[in-house]
Write a protein that binds this ligand. Sequence first.
Ligand code: ARG
Length: 464
Amino acid sequence: MSDKSSSNAMWGGRFASGPDAIMEAINASIDFDKRMAGQDIEASRAHAAMLAKQGIITNSDAEAIREGLLTVLSEIESGTFKYSRALEDIHMNVESRLKEIIGEPAGRLHTGRSRNDQVANDFKMWVRDQFDAAISGIDVLTAALLGQAEAGADMVMPGFTHLQVAQPVTWGHHMLAYVEMFNRDKSRMIDARKRMNECVLGAAALAGTSFPLDRDMTAQALGFDRPSANSLDSVSDRDFALDFLSAASICATHLSRFAEELVIWSTVQFKFVTLSDRFSTGSSIMPQKKNPDAAELIRAKVARINGSLVGLLTVMKGLPLAYSKDMQEDKEQVFDAADSLMLALAAMAGMVADMTPNKPELEIAAATGFSTATDLADWLVRALNMPFRDAHHVTGALVKMAEDGGVDLPELTLEQMQSECAEITDAVFEVLGVHNSVASRVSYGGTAPENVRKQIARWRGEIG
Ligand code: ARG
């Protein structure tokens, strides 16, 4: 072989000169794809074992490769590995170092393989780990929410629509609303993980290979359910990353909504919750301030996750089969989104576990804004057999009367009530209390404390 030291050692055979510095800068991915070193080495070790078992390389070469790869891994883990931009990416950096360590057998590792199937497979394994991490992150957050729900199963608070007081609800019910949301996120991740769990190795550059690979063996060794069925699709599929980003975006959207509630709830105007010092910050000028920065940052993280989703969708649109280098732009977006999601989940779990609902304030707030007006209308229907539309009208008049008098509904006298509807009796006052109101909402999925307790038990059973 001729020595063309300036051209790439891995593919420079047909090249007379090396790349321009700008070409190297735009082409190299090592600065970021080194995050997949562990996956790359694990997959290469499985590929080498399979090549030997199929008699494509010798057992002793496979052993040298597999041992050498462990040495490379330990160098990477200990921080002594020297990454080279000239070697473009993690795949060629690892293989080149392997050659320095074990010599000639290293050159046999790439038999029946291309960087195209290699990168798709490494990236799949990396994304698969992120699904698992996000699922555990959701479990931790769910446990924190269930703790809050249990402590406040019958604590009342105002329920809002349009951010205007609507009807009293229980704190536990509000916490469980987020348990539902985050666990739908979890189930989206479980679905997507199942769908993506097919091994790409063996698809080679795009057309498969003439070597007698055992793709089932490689798939099994790497924890995949099966090998992927179409080589063209396999090397150019990034749906798994899009699935991750879309599930992450929805989950981050839920986190952002909750974060917004915590920001509002922790103001002096609301005083619904006290966030712990551990998840708040102070102001450098205003000594009294305690700011909900963690909640604000969680609220904002969704922006970059959504950005990554739209970014990768846009990279993929219009790409012809099979691999194009555009796809190298998949990783940074997914890396950033995954980091943001894990951090946001962990911060939310910590904040929720630590926060204290302000029971007296919640109770006062629950009773303001004529929040039991619907209970009054329902009582007129039930006790007096009034058509609901008429009941709605009478209740509206009573709300107006209370508002004009500067009092809440339960503070109206029976005489005042009877001036609007003579049949009203003393019994009406029972439904005007917020505790009775929430206790009466026993329809399946309703806010009653007994429902909340049943749902907590159901979730505890599911999560274990
Ligand atoms: N670094 C590349 C990527 O991330 C690896 C695949 C390169 N394949 C190729 N045929 N140039 O996409």
